[in-house]
Design a protein around this ligand. Sequence first.
Ligand SMILES: Cc1cc2nc3c(=O)[nH]c(=O)nc-3n(C[C@H](O)[C@H](O)[C@H](O)COP(=O)(O)O)c2cc1C
Length: 442
Amino acid sequence: MTTTTKKKAHLLGFIQHGVNSHATGMWRHVKDKIGWDFARPEYWQHMARTMERGMFDAMFIADELAPYNTHEDSSDAIVKWAVQCPTHEPSTIVPIITTATKHLGVGVTLSTAFEHPYSMCRRLSSLDHLSNGRVAWNIVSSYSKSEWDAYGHTMTERSGRYDRLEEYMEVCYQLWDSWEPDAIIADKASGIYADPAKIKVVNHEGKYYKCHGRHFCAPSPQGRPVLWQAGSSNQGRDFAAKHAEAIFAVHPNVDRMKQYATDLNERLAGKFDRKPGSVKLIYGLQTVVAETRSEAQEKYARIKECIPPEGALAWMSGHFGLDFSKFDGDAIVQNIEVPGIQGLFESIIYAKGGAPVTVKEAAMIYAQGMGMPVAVGTAKDIADQIEQYMDEGGADGFMLAATYTPGCFEEFADLVVPELQRRGRFRTRYTGSTLRDNLLED
Ligand SMILES: Cc1cc2nc3c(=O)[nH]c(=O)nc-3n(C[C@H](O)[C@H](O)[C@H](O)COP(=O)(O)O)c2cc1C
């Protein structure tokens, strides 16, 4: 008789370096950040230790570079309702998180749009050194007009952004791979620190970038950060299948998850000669856990009460690059095309299994957790749902969207993690020494 071992889940805490993450209005929840200030290191140290106690793979920090300004051609509603605003620079908290922990990784979202690959590589190599190899990079290229306005550039359209991103990665790989492993001699007697013959000068003259110089950092523990991606258009999926080691996707139900996993595996094998299943598929999930189902439903209702309708609509306008204030609240989203994040818009379109969703409904669904499925119930209920998404939907793990913090992660670590461990679906100790080791293990 053969027994098949079911795969174990990977877990990440999905947040922003700001007053509010991805559940709009959560800053006003009675349990949010009691005694904590998001702009102080103690909060991040506590969040990090909580996630490490729960044996998460990493904390994953989303980012955008400026408040959205699509809604009514303004960022008023965004600042008024704290819609991902204020948000501080994400890489500044990486060393705080990694010095408070031994194993927890950090995924950091950094846009390529306004930064040269040379300084991006230097920053990421430095962070990988300081964290002992626990850094991932969520590669984004600025989908929001507000970012281009803030940096004083005209926004390029999607295909141009991906074209440029390809070249960006080419430069990054050259820089990260330019030091041979034995380039450092550090011979005090002769005074020779490194062998120049073993450190390539990168000479890149491309359509978008020029780079002539040596990478300023010696090879870091992981060599390069774990490469993460969340592109969801056709081009975005190809980019992810070519470059990513892990993907973050949001799908509201098992069927959509299954379709996505099949599509990705076809791209991996068919277009990029990579093994199907070799890229970790991490799906967004929001959880509301309690000792009883009725208590969990009660909690969920309190969370939803915090959402400000205007802030919800403004967030949707920001993510999808379209001014939803111009639409009738009863207009059907299935009839609307958006220029912004395609994959997340699909999570709205399929929010009711493909049945019509109005703009008004969409805004409230989206504002509560970016269109992710919400698991509400006891630890057993949530573990059942997690197992189903893994066994039927192809998930390798979950990006757990914050509600009130740090409470939602404390509750998950205390209640859901032990249940998953009892079922053999989650690690009971960290086995790897780097984020890549831990994340890529089965
Ligand atoms: C689940 C998910 C999370 C994302 N998080 C971010 C983010 O934090 N910052 C950002 O600038 N873009 C983010 N994006 C945007 C994408 O990485 C990508 O740039 C955008 O979707 C445009 O590419 P696409 O048209 O291929 O989807 C996210 C997208 C998805 C699907």
